[in-house]
Design a protein around this ligand. Structure first.
Ligand code: ADP
Ligand code: MG
Length: 322
């Protein structure tokens, strides 16, 4: 039987890769981070609970990837560069195969983003994974939710809705062909955090948020914090490749209120359009202009002929959604 300490040593302890930034990692009472001069530390926590955020029996390597990806996505949305993370883990049992696959998926994504695992906590209990990430961003350069300005363009990265489409398939709300279900499922299980885009948008974008609960609801957070409103071109939303083949109703709904997209929604002055496109091209991520910030509060949805569209944009909420 693996003890708690064997488990931590075997699956979650490695020599420090970036001793210049992390003076001390796993093994002491605290880890020690050395931020670069002039930088602020950006901190974010996300928790994933079995049966709530992922299906029981989920593939452990993908789960390891996803639980770090959703945290890196928060750093991306602030324009912060990943530094390190901690991992708090409740496990029903110490299963070596599960642990090897989980830590493999987790640490592969960590390496891709040069983000060091510096500590955590391990306990027995219903499978729950809680990660806290630390990033750094120059003073006053963070992309905050309260920074949208009237007349800003609203942009979104990548594509929307395929993760929600996969969920609909798993729940038998609709039937997808096996290939389509698999491709959409990949989007749900292995999201790509837009870290490089967040960094490239520093000094160009005003406000940003990552889309975890659905574009409509997440954009509303920017509107609330910035005390502005917005119009969105509903048919300009970039549906994912699988969702693109579905009906207009499904495309509109899942782009607007799907969730689990982990794309960035951000605002920038119209004078910055060329710079936004150049920044996105530099990091190889598509960006689409989907609307504009207005003084009038509220979110207005428009079709291609600028007619209002009535759609419920409520995004996922753990205490009021089914
Ligand atoms: P303490 O009793 O001081 O909380 P622990 O015995 O819980 O310390 O943990 C021992 C060391 O292992 C600490 O440095 C802690 O940060 C680290 N650690 C515990 N669990 C994990 C984990 N799942 N991943 C990475 N490091 C961990
Ligand atoms: Mg502990």
């Amino acid at each position: 039987m693996l003890s708690e300490f064997d488990l931590i040593a075997k699956y979650f302890t490695r020599p420090l890769r970036r001793a210049d930034r992390c003076a001390l990692g796993v093994g002491d009472d605290c880890a020690l981070l050395t931020p670069s001069p002039g930088m602020q530390i950006a901190v974010s926590t996300d928790m994933l609970v079995e049966g709530r955020h992922f299906f029981a029996g989920a593939e452990p390597a993908k789960l390891g990837h996803k639980c770090l990806a959703v945290n890196l996505s928060d750093l991306a949305a602030m324009g912060a560069k990943p530094l390190a993370f901690t991992l708090a883990l409740a496990l029903p049992e110490a299963n070596p195969d599960w642990l090897a696959a989980f830590s493999g998926g987790l640490l592969a994504l960590a390496d891709l983003h040069d983000c060091e695992l510096i500590g955590g906590d391990t306990t027995k209990g219903p499978l729950t994974i809680c990660i806290t990430v630390f990033g750094e961003v120059p003073l006053a350069a963070a992309l905050r939710r309260d920074a949208a300005k009237v007349d800003d363009d609203i942009w979104v990265s990548g594509s929307l809705g395929d993760a929600r489409l996969a969920l609909a398939g798993y729940r038998n709300e609709l039937r997808l062909e096996p290939g389509a279900q698999q491709a959409a499922g990949e989007r749900m299980h292995a999201p790509t955090p837009r870290v490089a885009l967040g960094l490239a948008l520093r000094g160009i974008a005003h406000a940003a948020i990552d889309i975890s609960d659905g574009l409509g609801g997440d954009l509303q957070h920017i509107l609330d914090r910035s005390q502005v409103g917005a119009s969105l071109q509903i048919d300009a939303l970039p549906a994912g490749p699988i969702l693109s083949r579905q009906s207009q109703t499904l495309r509109r709904n899942f782009c607007l209120a799907g969730g689990d997209d982990y794309e960035l929604c951000f605002t920038a002055a119209p004078a910055q359009r060329e710079q936004v496109l150049a920044a996105a091209q530099k990091v190889g991520v598509a960006v689409t202009r989907i609307g504009c910030i207005e003084a009038q509060p509220g979110l207005r949805l428009l079709d291609l002929s600028n007619q209002p569209v009535a759609l419920d944009v409520t995004s996922f909420d753990h205490f009021s959604s089914p």
